[in-house]
Design a protein around this ligand. Structure first.
Ligand code: HEC
Length: 257
């Protein structure tokens, strides 16, 4: 009996040590810790700032889209960040999609419509790897959810290159303090003034990184606003329900007390 018990305790202890070790290895991977950024969409009342998200779309379109797809987002989804139909048509119109087969059984290309999805820059993974030194640029639709640290990590990554620093990295890799291991196959994508914002915002590296991160956070959770609104309604309902239940409990038990 005692033996079984000490065995269970020892096994539990070993499991806990193993789990904390996994954590330890990971922690050693990220070279620099991340700074928490004051995102507008954080917290229970947080919402996306459309102006910021729209600037981020511009950065994505003009810089990132040459290597990264955004395959889970349809052009019509851009209505949620404040674009009207004509603007969405104009954005979709920059892309060509394959469609078909037509009546002759052939595939053809046509200009993208609002109902189409963002088009991948590469025909397939082999082409993507061949064009990027063997590394495949991941689709960015869900990247903010897929990486520990979320938006803070993406922001840190984009603004965390250090070209002047003396870091020895193999050919085709670049030093980035926030990438686990410190060596990433993506060349520094943002240097500042990569885009010209129509609202006059200065396009510094930090600003562009912040904006495109906000855009990717929206892409990863387009229904965040609706979710938080529903959450508030549910909370309000629970508060009212509790008050009613408390009042009726007092009424029912008054005579007995
Ligand atoms: C020249 C091509 C190129 C451009 C332009 C580019 N990327 Fe990348 N990106 C890559 C490659 C290649 C990888 C894979 C890196 C690796 O696995 O080492 C990558 C990886 C990433 C990752 C994933 C990092 C991780 O934790 O795995 C993110 C996020 C990212 N890019 C965001 C962006 C954003 C945002 C932009 C635009 C501002 C951008 N990229 C522009 C090529 C590019």
């Amino acid at each position: 009996m005692t033996n079984t018990r000490s065995f269970v305790i020892a096994a539990g202890f070993a499991a806990v040590t193993a789990i904390s070790n996994i954590g330890g290895v990971k922690a050693a991977g990220d070279v620099n810790s991340l700074t928490a950024q004051p995102w507008s969409f954080k917290g229970i009342f947080g919402t996306f700032d459309n102006a910021e998200v729209q600037r981020g779309l511009q950065v994505y379109l003009e810089v990132c889209s040459s290597c990264h797809g955004l395959g889970y987002i349809a052009f019509r989804n851009l209505a949620e960040i404040g674009y009207d139909e004509d603007q969405i048509k104009a954005i979709a119109g920059q892309y060509e999609v394959e469609d078909g087969p037509n009546n002759d059984g052939e595939m053809f290309t046509r200009t993208a419509q609002p109902s189409d999805y963002f088009v991948d820059p590469f025909a397939n993974e082999k082409e993507a790897a061949a064009m990027n030194n063997g590394a495949i640029p991941p689709d960015l639709s869900l990247i903010c959810k897929a990486r520990p640290g979320g938006a803070d990590y993406i922001y840190g990554l984009l603004s965390g290159y250090d070209e002047e620093g003396e870091h020895e990295v193999p050919d085709g890799l670049y030093y980035n303090a926030h990438f686990p291991g410190g060596e990433i196959a993506m060349p520094q994508p943002l240097y500042g003034d990569d885009v010209e914002y129509s609202d006059g915002t200065a396009a510094t590296v930090e600003q562009e990184s912040r904006d495109v991160t906000a855009f990717l956070s929206w892409a990863a959770e387009p229904t965040l606003g609706a979710r938080k609104k529903l959450g508030m309604k549910v909370l309000l309902f629970l508060v009212v329900l509790s008050a009613l239940l408390f009042a009726s409990k007092r009424k029912i038990w008054r005579e007995i007390h």
